[in-house]
Structure formats: structure tokens, C-alpha cells
Ligand binder design. Structure first.
Ligand code: FES
Length: 197
């Protein structure tokens, strides 16, 4: 230890410098905290509604879009398909959509706003596999029903309104996401009309 007299001026300088450095350290740690606290643009985008051009979807065609990391199907149904929906009511678990798997404006016979379009989350309500769309060969799964969705994981079956058939593991109809039509060619998925995202 040195016997040199204490240099008061130097000690004061060191104390001040340490305080300043400490202050900078605090500021530096505060910034990341604030950043992680407020939702990032990426996170906002991940939950944002999706606008889809539906003008080019052909009869019987299914297109997939992603909303909140989930596949959402948009299928253009023919008049014949829409009419035939009522023919299988007695083979479905929840034909009238009594379970809350859709918004109120899709709680109807076609589970849709516009009967010609089925818009549904393409995730099986059993354990979350994505069912396969069988536009022409569904009758191999359910006799007399030409088109529908078949889940390859454990064999659940859904009709062209996403309603689940009886005697399969899936307990509920497919989910209909919130949506509205911006105009005849465009649908907004993931938000109700008049609601901001
Ligand atoms: S996950 Fe679809 S039947 Fe099991």
C-alpha cells in the first residue's frame, strides 16, 4: 500500500466517472427491455389479417393462405355442392353448427357468408393434422358424398362445409375464422367487418 498522500481531486474524478459509466450501463440495459416489452412489427404482422384475391379461384378449387401461422382454406363450391350439403345432415355430428366453431354470421346451413365459398381453418379438430381435400374421390370415404376432407392421421372426415361426420375421432367441426368480404373479388381473413386489427 502506498504512503503517498491521498489525491482528493483524482478520487473525486474517479467517483464521478464510475457514476457516469453506471448510468450508461443502466440506459443500455433499459433499451432492450422496452423493445421486448412492446410488440415487434414482426409479431404484429404474424397476427395481422390477410387480404385474399378470390377472383381466380375456379369451381371446386381450394387455395391455402396462412393466418396466424395456420393454414386457412378457401374453396369455391358449385351450386350442386351447396345444395347437396343438406343431404348428409343425418350422418354428421353437429349438422346445425351448435358448437361455437364459427362466428355468428357463419352459423347457418353452409357455414359461410357467401354459399359459394367455404373459408375454414385447415386443421383437424382431433389432434391438429391437416386434412386432405378430396374433390372427386371422397365417396371412397363416405358413400354417396363426392367431395370432402379426409384426415390421414386417424381417419376423421369432414364435408364441404367443414362439418365432421359421425364415428370418427375428431369431436368438432372445422373452425371458420373471422372474415368479411371487402368486395366481390376480395376477402379479408382474420378480422370482423369494422374491426381494426
Ligand atoms: S388428427 Fe385428424 S383424425 Fe386425428
Amino acid at each position: 500500500m502506498s504512503n503517498a498522500p491521498i489525491d482528493i481531486g483524482r478520487r473525486k474524478f474517479l467517483t464521478t466517472t464510475t457514476a457516469v459509466v453506471g448510468g450508461i450501463g443502466m440506459a443500455a440495459t433499459a433499451v432492450p427491455f422496452l423493445k421486448s416489452w412492446s410488440p415487434s412489427a414482426k409479431a404484429k404482422a404474424a397476427g395481422a389479417p390477410v387480404e385474399v384475391d378470390i377472383s381466380k379461384i375456379e369451381l371446386g378449387q381450394l387455395i391455402r393462405v396462412e393466418w396466424r401461422g395456420k393454414p386457412v382454406w378457401i374453396v369455391r363450391r358449385s351450386d350442386e355442392t351447396v345444395k347437396s350439403l343438406q343431404d348428409t345432415d343425418d350422418r354428421l355430428r353437429d349438422p346445425s353448427s351448435e358448437e361455437a366453431q364459427q362466428p355468428s354470421y357463419a352459423t347457418n346451413a353452409t357455414r359461410s357468408i357467401k354459399p359459394q365459398f367455404l373459408i375454414a381453418v385447415g386443421i383437424c379438430t382431433h389432434l391438429g393434422c391437416s386434412p386432405t381435400y378430396l374433390p372427386d374421390s371422397f365417396s371412397e370415404q363416405v358413400e354417396g358424398v363426392p367431395s370432402g376432407f379426409f384426415c390421414p392421421c386417424h381417419g376423421s372426415k369432414f364435408d364441404m362445409a367443414g362439418r365432421v361426420f359421425e364415428n370418427v375421432p375428431a369431436p368438432l367441426n372445422l373452425v371458420i375464422p373471422p372474415h368479411y368480404y371487402v368486395n366481390d373479388n376480395t376477402v379479408m381473413i382474420g378480422v370482423e367487418k369494422g374491426e381494426t386489427s
